[in-house]
Design a binder for this molecule. Structure first.
Ligand SMILES: Nc1ncnc2c1ncn2[C@@H]1O[C@H](COP(=O)(O)OP(=O)(O)OP(=O)(O)O)[C@@H](O)[C@H]1O
Length: 269
C-alpha cells in the first residue's frame, strides 16, 4: 500500500513521475465527511481504478483533483500542480469524460468534435488535424456525418472519449465510462485506454465492473469516504485472501457494514 503522510518535494509537469499525489485530503459538506483524510499516489502512465459503492466519495475526490472543488483540508498535486492554487493549469492539462457523455445529440459526430475543439481553443489546421486523429483513434471513420443521438451506446462512448482527448491531455478522468455499454464496445474501449496509457497518459477510471478493475495497474477502494484498500489487483487479492477483485470488494464492504451493525448492537445492548 502506497500511502504517504510526510511532507513532499513536488516536481513540475513534464519531469514528474507522480501524476496524482494526495495527502490527507478531506472534504466535508456541513456535518457530512464525504472524503476522509485520504492519501495515495498514481504514477504517470498508469491506469488507476477508483472503486466504491454509490455515495462513497469518488466524485467528490475527482472534483477536488480537477480543481473544481476546494478541499476542507489536506493537499494534492495533479500533474505537478497544486489542486487549490494551480487549478487553472490542471484544467488545461486534463480530460474528463462523464457517465452521461456530454454530447450534443442533435449535432453530427464531426460537429460535436468541432464544438469541443472550439472549447479547447483549437482552430485552423491544428483543429482539423486533431479531428482526423480523434476519428481514427475512436474508430469513428465513416460515421462523421451521423447524428450523435442516432449512435449506439458504444459509438457514443467513443465519441465522448474522443472529445475529451482533443486537447491531448496528460491525465484523463473517466467517470463510469462503460456504464450501459455492450461487452464488445467495452472491450474496444479498454483497448483504446490501454493504448493511451502505453503512450504515457495517466488514466483515473471509476467503474462498477470488476473485470475492468482487474485491467487497472492500481486500484483504490473508497468506502464511506475512507480509502480502505489500495494496491495492484494482485496485492489486494493476496491481502484480503480472495481469488477475485469482486471478492475483495464484497468481502470488504460487507465486513464494514457488519461491523457497523455490531457497533450499533453493542451501543444499544
Ligand atoms: N455538494 C454536495 N453537498 C452535500 N453533500 C454532497 C455534495 N456532493 C456530494 N455529497 C455527498 O457526499 C457523499 C459522497 O458523494 P459522491 O458523489 O462523492 O459519491 P460517489 O462515490 O461519487 O457516488 P456515485 O457512484 O453515486 O457517483 C454522498 O453522501 C453525497 O450525498
Amino acid at each position: 500500500m502506497t500511502v504517504t503522510k510526510k511532507a513532499h518535494v513536488w516536481i513540475g509537469v513534464g519531469k514528474m513521475e507522480k501524476a496524482i499525489e494526495v495527502i490527507n485530503l478531506t472534504k466535508k459538506f456541513g456535518s457530512l465527511t464525504a472524503v476522509n483524510n485520504i492519501s495515495f499516489q498514481v504514477q504517470r502512465g498508469q491506469i488507476f481504478g477508483f472503486l466504491g459503492a454509490n455515495g462513497s466519495g469518488k466524485s467528490t475526490t475527482i472534483r477536488m483533483l480537477c480543481g473544481i472543488l476546494t478541499p476542507s483540508s489536506g493537499e494534492g498535486r495533479v500533474l505537478g500542480f497544486d489542486i487549490v492554487r494551480e487549478a487553472e493549469q490542471i484544467k488545461q492539462n486534463i480530460g474528463y469524460m462523464s457517465q452521461k457523455f456530454s454530447l450534443y445529440e442533435d449535432l453530427t459526430v464531426e460537429e460535436n468534435i468541432a464544438f469541443y475543439a472550439g472549447i479547447y481553443g483549437l482552430s485552423g489546421t491544428t483543429a482539423e488535424k486533431r479531428k482526423k486523429e480523434i476519428i481514427e483513434l475512436a474508430n469513428l471513420r465513416g460515421r462523421e456525418k451521423h447524428l450523435a443521438g442516432n449512435l449506439s451506446g458504444g459509438w457514443k462512448q467513443r465519441l465522448a472519449l474522443g472529445c475529451a482527448l482533443l486537447h491531448n491531455p496528460s491525465l484523463l478522468f473517466l467517470d463510469e465510462p462503460t456504464a450501459g455499454v455492450d461487452p464488445v464496445s467495452r472491450r474496444i474501449f479498454w483497448e483504446i485506454i490501454k493504448d493511451l496509457a502505453g503512450k504515457g497518459m495517466t488514466i483515473l477510471v471509476t467503474t462498477h465492473y470488476m473485470d475492468e478493475a482487474e485491467l487497472c495497474d492500481t486500484v483504490g477502494l473508497i468506502h464511506f469516504g475512507n480509502l480502505v484498500a489500495f494496491g495492484t489487483p494482485e496485492e489486494l487479492k493476496q491481502k484480503f485472501g480472495q481469488e477475485s477483485l469482486e471478492g475483495v470488494f464484497i468481502s470488504f464492504v460487507g465486513k464494514e457494514e457488519l461491523e457497523a451493525v455490531q457497533r450499533r448492537f453493542r451501543r444499544e445492548g
